[in-house]
Structure formats: C-alpha cells, structure tokens
Design a protein. Sequence first.
Length: 128
Amino acid sequence: MHQSTTNPLEHLIPDLKQHSALPYRELILCRFCHAAITTQREELQIDRQHQHRFMNPSGAQFLIGCFKLAPGCDIAGAATGEYTWFKEHTWQFARCSDCGEHLGWFYQKAEDHQFFGLIIEKLVRYQS
C-alpha cells in the first residue's frame, strides 16, 4: 500500500465507504481502483467555475474539478506556492488513499479556505 500523509481534513468528514445515508449515485470514485474519493455534494466553484483547465510548466494539460472535501484522498508532499494555479494558494499532491494514484492537488490559502482540485479524467461517477 502507498505511504503518504493522511488527509488533514479527515476529522471533519465521515468515511465515504461507511456512510450508509449517502446515496451511492452521488459517489465519485478513483478510475483506477474504484475507491470512493468524494461526492457530487462536495463540488465547489472557485472563481465562478467548478472545472478549470491548466497547463503545468512541463506542458502537460489538466482539466480539474474543485471539491470542498475529498476524504478518499491522502495529501502528500510539502506545501508550496511555486507554480500554483490559484492565486495566493499553496498546493500539495492529492493521491487515492487506496491505490496511491495521483488524483490532483490540495489547495490552501488559509485554514478556512481549502479545497481539492481533482483531475477529471482520473475520476468516475458511481454507476449501478
């Protein structure tokens, strides 16, 4: 299993896999291992948009969706503001807690302004 820093917001949210009141149709899963990552209820608009398209310094493009919480992610690496896509925010890597796949980034401006930017193509909505 992949070793990384645990989600610092974990104490704020229930374990998605154990949350019996949550309709499965709202779950958003890791495309690689199908672990529960977040839900549609956690979708968030940053700068009036849920989705954003960015390019990193190496030229790789990403379409990300913003989420208030992603309890199925572990946060890894030191926080940095270098090459941030959101002004005044630091970022860290967000990885699937089950398989370790890089799913996006955790952004933080202040303790009360945090969100996840998750790579859309690495997620899948639950389908029964």
